[in-house]
Design a protein around this ligand. Sequence first.
Ligand code: PGA
Length: 246
Amino acid sequence: MPIEIQVVADADALAREAALVVTGVVAERPDAVVLAATGNTPIGCYAELARLRATGSLDTSRMRVAQLDEYVGLAADDARSLYGWMDRALLAPLGIGSERVVRMPVEGNDPQAAARAYDAAIEAIGGIDLAILGLGPNGHLGFNEPPASADAPTRVISLAPETLASNARYWGDGTVPERAITAGMSVILSARRVMLLVSGTPKAAILDRMLRSAPDAALPASHLRGHPDTILIADRDARPAGSLEA
Ligand code: PGA
């Protein structure tokens, strides 16, 4: 199946359309498992979901969430914890308690074993119904830095220079941990539905490359072209009119 592409006017419209996709999945399956990215792009969608919940249009009382990625080596209370970010942006506003979350287990001193435990936990809850993803500046998904094959498992990864530079936007002092655990491409591609969100002019070139590329480890997001049910929602800045539609 080709990727379904929806181009919207701006970041606000992207947030609304993305939230509608999530709402649809949760309406169909109230205990849906949602693999949730942090990063700037999905934050508007999460805020819209909180608004829909507050107005009674979304029931999150059974919804489940899986963490997409996490830095390795941070203290539990470090302000850069991606779990903390996900908690503030998504879990708390939607009233989703930790008992309904598959957390990326980075604490302890055997991150490889933690990665295997994560894959087992995802399998044990029946897999992922919807993966909500942003697009990295180098075409990564989660922290699947290139090269990443379609069958790459959850694993420890050294962040690419482009990712370190891009993640520096998130943290005031600009320091970004250099290692992370990411849900593998195999986990992402096994999601029953994938929603890729892309916003802003800086993403236009990598998005265009992704949409022209055959599935290729050098551009991990291009593996979505082999996924059976992916929707891409991009705003006009990321997907200008006149781009070759793929
Ligand atoms: P962004 O990050 O949503 O903050 O642009 C996306 C990514 O790097 O995966």
